[in-house]
Design a protein around this ligand. Sequence first.
Ligand code: NDP
Length: 264
Amino acid sequence: MKHLLAVIGDPIVHSKSPRMHNNAIQALKLDGLYLRYHLRDKNELKSTLFSLGLRGANITLPFKEQALKIADFKDEMALKIGSANTLIIKEKQIYAYNTDGIGFLKAIENFINIKKALVLGAGGTAKALAFMLDQKGIKVCVANRSQEKLLHFQNYENYTYDKLSVQEYDLIINTTSAGLKDESLPCEAKLLKELCKKARYAFEVIYGKETPFLQLCKQNKLECKDGLDMLLWQGVFAFKLFFEFKDESKDLSIIKAMKEALLF
Ligand code: NDP
């Protein structure tokens, strides 16, 4: 097997990555297999990569920071974001990349003329998304329920929800897990409704369900998108790294196969 790949995380049973990648491997008739691996101890990440004989891996919660830490080569974007979701192993060296950020930008490509964005949540995903928006010249404000994680966002405007004033943000992004397993909103409905009145677009990182955040934004007539395209595009970019596809000639076939995989 030339390309043995895996997604590694805790928990991992829900991950759609094996389906997406294996379907693309088959569609493109490549020599590869993509597995899932449940890792419990972050200190075993490096030894696991080598003992499984992996050529590449996607690293998911809660090991993305550790993935960057163990790498011998760190891509500039991963380094700036502070975490990696894609590792390549070549000649016993680990190369770390972050495709969540570029996956997100690709997903919001049809959102036009964004000058100011409000990021709700201050975890790992917020770090990646705030960095990418900032790189695009978009002014970013980060808001979170608690102060602690906001310390990472000193270079941006940042507030806890109780101190956030209602201003005009073109795009509101929910990066929190509020609404994932429950029916909660990331912040008070009253505040969100006021913010929606002045916004045009909403993006939800969660996919596969209409969260209360998305419902509220839709009711308030914002153009909305969930995290499915971000999931797809981070997968496409990771796949291209695994198989060293440098140009865009295979993008359409990869995304078609990955989209199909999400239907069954
Ligand atoms: P983290 O644990 O790093 O951060 C979670 C953030 O959400 C924190 O700021 C936390 O606030 C906040 N939060 C959690 N629960 C609530 C709640 N009930 N109300 C308000 N705020 C809350 O997680 P990640 O950033 O890594 O991941 C966040 C989400 O993004 C997950 O649902 C994940 O599945 C999704 N995701 C989707 C991707 C895609 O491809 N579509 C890719 C990557 C992630 P506090 O600091 O106060 O605890």
